[in-house]
Design a protein around this ligand. Structure first.
Ligand code: PAF
Length: 284
């Protein structure tokens, strides 16, 4: 695997690939890689001539400085895992390389209602920061396919919108890969590295809460289900629940009952000992 720390060296590596008209699959990450990320690398490998992965902890998408400072860094292990998974190029820039003019959100993306619901409501400006860095990365790499994990359900929708805003809808194909879970049901996440074993056990309450909602979807009101799921998290040491919402899976608009044929998804964000975990599950 080739490691590029600068935009110039990365683009240099991409010249022969583009000249040979080979396809490029791109997997953007913030490191602390786990099986979820590696499944994206493998999916890209199976469909492309070249897989590029980026590791960059993007400061403009963190609305909480402590969360940024504590973001896990396991770079030696990450490089080893990427090699094993067959990644061809790792882009590993520093903050100065990606933000030469300082850490600023320099542009506003029109994300419509997606900006202010769910993650957008609880993490102001988060998606503006995500769009800013993903636009930079896509412009540098110009991939044929972009691979994202379904665990970040709303982020997938935001980046789909970004690709439209960039006028790249026909050029970059977005591939959304299912969430990888531990045997316990806990969704793999870089933030899990901040949990001890007892906390990881408690964290499985998110999966249990989603399964509870799925089981009783047609038997109880959505209000009752959301309340019961909140109690379940609170009984497993979650100190704060940002949201538990049943939404239309296509547009993320909140839904009050099942009296229609629309596809539904439940989305959860909650804090366990200061670590913010998110997850989601398709319900029907
Ligand atoms: O999902 C992530 O890890 C990040 O939001 C992304 C897409 C790499 C942008 O920084």
């Amino acid at each position: 695997m080739i490691i590029c720390k600068t935009i110039t060296s990365l683009q240099q590596q991409l010249i022969p690939i583009n000249q040979k008209q080979q396809t490029i699959g791109f997997v953007p990450t913030m490191g602390a890689l786990h099986e979820g990320h590696l499944s994206l690398i493998r999916a890209s490998n199976s469909q492309n001539d070249c897989t590029v992965c980026s590791i960059f902890v993007n400061p403009t998408q963190f609305n909480n400085q402590e969360d940024y400072n504590k973001y896990p860094n396991t770079i030696t292990q990450d490089i080893y895992q990427l090699e094993l998974a067959g990644c061809n190029i790792l882009f590993l820039p520093d903050v100065k390389e990606m933000y030469p003019d300082g850490i600023l959100i320099s542009k506003q993306y029109n994300l419509d209602y997606l900006e202010n619901i769910l993650e957008g409501e609880y993490r102001p400006n988060h998606f503006q920061g995500v769009c800013q860095i993903v636009e930079k990365l896509l412009s540098i790499i110009n991939p044929n396919q972009l691979f994202l994990g379904q665990k970040d359900y709303q982020q997938c929708m935001v980046i789909k919108k970004l690709i439209e805003l960039m006028d790249k809808k026909g050029a970059i194909k977005l591939e959304i890969i299912p969430t990888i879970r531990e045997k316990t049901g806990l969704a793999m996440s870089s933030r899990n590295a901040r949990l001890n074993e007892a906390e990881k056990e408690n964290a499985t309450a998110i999966f249990k809460a989603m399964m509870h909602i799925k089981k009783y979807l047609n038997k109880k009101s959505f209000d009752t289900l959301e309340k019961e799921a909140t109690e379940l998290l609170q009984n497993h040491a979650f100190e704060k629940v940002d949201y538990i919402k049943i939404c239309n899976a296509t547009n993320l608009q909140e839904v009050q009952n099942t009296n229609s044929s629309q596809k539904l998804v439940v989305l959860i964000a909650a804090f366990l000992n200061g670590v913010r975990l998110i997850d989601n599950m398709q319900l029907n």
